[in-house]
Design a protein around this ligand. Sequence first.
Ligand code: B3K
Ligand code: ZN
Length: 873
Amino acid sequence: MSQHNQQPQPIYLKDYQVPAYLIEHTELRFELDEQETLVRATLRVRRNPACTRSKAALELHGHETLELCRLSINGEILSERDFSRNEELLTIPSVPTEFTLECLTRIHPELNTALEGLYKSDGMFCTQCEAEGFRRITFYPDRPDVMSVFRTRVVADRSRYPVLLSNGNPVESGYEDDGRHFVTWEDPFPKPAYLFALVAGDLAVLEDSYTTASGRPVKLQIYADSKDLDKLDHAMLSLKRAMQWDEQVYGREYDLDIYMIVAVDFFNMGAMENKGLNIFNTSCVLASPQTTTDAAFQRVEGVVAHEYFHNWSGNRVTCRDWFQLSLKEGFTVFRDAEFSADMNSRTVKRIEDVSLLRTAQFAEDAGPMAHPVRPESFIEISNFYTLTVYEKGAEVVRMLHTLLGPEQFRRGTDLYFERHDGQAVTTDEFVQAMADVSGRDLTQFKRWYSQAGTPRIQVSDSWDDVAGCYRLTFRQSCPATPGQDEKLPFHMPIAYGLLAADGRELAAGVLELTDAEQSFSFDDLSERPVPSLLRGFSAPVKLSFSYSDEQLLHLLRHDCDGFNRWDAGQRIAVALMQSLMVDYRSGRELRLPESLVDTWRSLLTDASLDPAMVAHLLRLPSEAYLSELADVIDVEAIHEVREFLLKALAQALLPEWSAVYNRSSSEEPYAPDAAACARRSLKNLSLGYLLATGEEVWLTLAEEQFNNADNMTDQQAALALVVHSGFRQAGERLLAEFQAQWQHEALVMNQWFSIQASDPWPGALGRVQRLQEHPLFDARNPNKLRSVVAAFCGQNAVSFHAADGSGYAYLADWIIQLNKQNPQIASRLLTPLTRWKRYPEEVQLLMKAQLARILDSGELSRDVYEVVSKSLV
Ligand code: B3K
Ligand code: ZN
């Protein structure tokens, strides 16, 4: 815990200074053992010629848990007078210009519950060093602008840890005393310490190979527990596809002789791009038709690609400091999104990504932790691995792609990689490469990196019938965010089309908005068009235009932009739900308009439509999206109105749902390709509507699907739909059967937990507390916490927001417990409580009281302290 007597202090981007010392070579020796681990680090250090502070001391980061055994410079052991140490730094005031520093440290991976640095996951050793985990392994300048070549020897008991891995290529192996063995690894590419990795365990491996475009063979290995060896094929296929895609689309080849992925069960996030040795949460690498849903198959493909793409966007060219995190994350998310769009359905991928952005990222922008894509300060960097840095950061790169066009964008990335290979750079340098190849002035564009908040665009139009002239006027503004009251206009691309009454496109293109108010005219049009605005969601903004229902229906039928067709449907549904919410609050009877039934009927019966599109069009806007759009969130009204609409549409279109269900069923063997996923998604959507009627016959259908499914997508969909329906006994029965069938598959059981934790039926809190007593629940495992605690607090709004405040107290209890055990997870789980300002006053008081209780609960980690203290402002 780092709070001690004084509150943790923020650090600022404006205070950045180049490092005073550089590390040319890092040699590490790990002696892994059950009770303690010894780490010997031998560093070749030299003064940084770029540093102007001539008498700068050598500063090494070192976590307070490190036990220093010996420290020497050029072979001379230092005494305690020669250096000082506080809870973060070890400082040696006087050192030569060039020297060898040797440091022997004792650490305790077996006691490490924060899962940062070196720790144990289910009996194996593994590491997580980004952002600042290496300082829990040894004393080191643990900052991304210090890049070194590493040579690592791992020594461990031969029988318990037959596999010993680190970054780079294996160069030596052999035996030591007492049944121990070693492997030495050498990574020739200079890297920051955050990309260091080590794994030791008894692991099975799937091997394959890949020949790069220039003919270099690369050995591919994916390691996992032997029981999971049959679940690695999809990750391997995804890896090979990603390697090929990066060659074709970006001209980037892999650079080492070997590429390894290791699956571990205890992991704070999804995966980590350590050079040559990616470490993955099992949930992002294991996949088989029997145990894995379509969504999870696609997640594996996306995450494997994401970590692979980091080899160039992140590892070869890395970040100068952590304020630049989006340099690698925003760019890499953009790269993986384009990869997934190319491998599957482009429109569906876009709809999914935009839905996430509009619900979760927009909510972040509107909350107390709002920050720019390149933050200006932080107390704990782990709190800034956010949707803003990742997803909005990717949107910023996408806008550059749209503004420059694909060819210039590619010349820009070529220049960026070539100019900065082996360097640690800033987002300014990324944009500069784009400016240099295009000759464009991107100065104003860079406000996307420095200004927080979601811009609002108000659009109005006018039509001059005589001249045939159509005019669109855009007004942009951006709400205040913490520390930023006034915003300047953004430079953004608005992709658009103008549609005639018969659906023809009269004009299309990209408008560039730069001013607070700006108009564009379109001459010589034969008729007043319907505007399709922000096609493909070309900028991360909230755009409003007073569309009539007819205009939206027109876009829904005719727009050639699949994203905007879907969005037109969303706008229709959202408007209806918002008006139903008003009715609900005033106690009026809720009614389903005939017009909506007709529209939906035509979508359901048109067999020529792409099933993927239909599945998305007919999915009602989520509770989370409606919450984000509300001025004051009325959890109950949102839930009740959505339930009403679901049931009403189910009744009104019963024969159509049943026909779609039958039409979407298939005897084909399982494949996770785009077409088959779309079919299953439409089938399970129909099943949901059928069950919403409450008629027994559809329960029987759901149970049949549950029992006969040859894949997890269909089985799990049936389970979740029945459990969340009013058929309570049937739900209990299926849960018991599912448990009996899958209790040995940890990832499947995580879904079993999460389906129950997100069940809104009354009594949810009691059920969740019982789940925590289940023998498979383990509070030290982040996946389990996500399946139970995060699912309850994040996906079960009616239960979490119970009027007595019990949901808030439940979450606060967890935060107080996890604050010591795993601060990163604690601070992440906190998010729902931080949004208190969005709720009615009496709710705000209850939520704030729990935040205050956390703040007063004793010594807080930097992670939790930052989020709680900023939320209470
Ligand atoms: N770079 C890692 C994230 C590390 C998070 C550390 N708290 C995974 C990724 O974005 O690829
Ligand atoms: Zn990443």
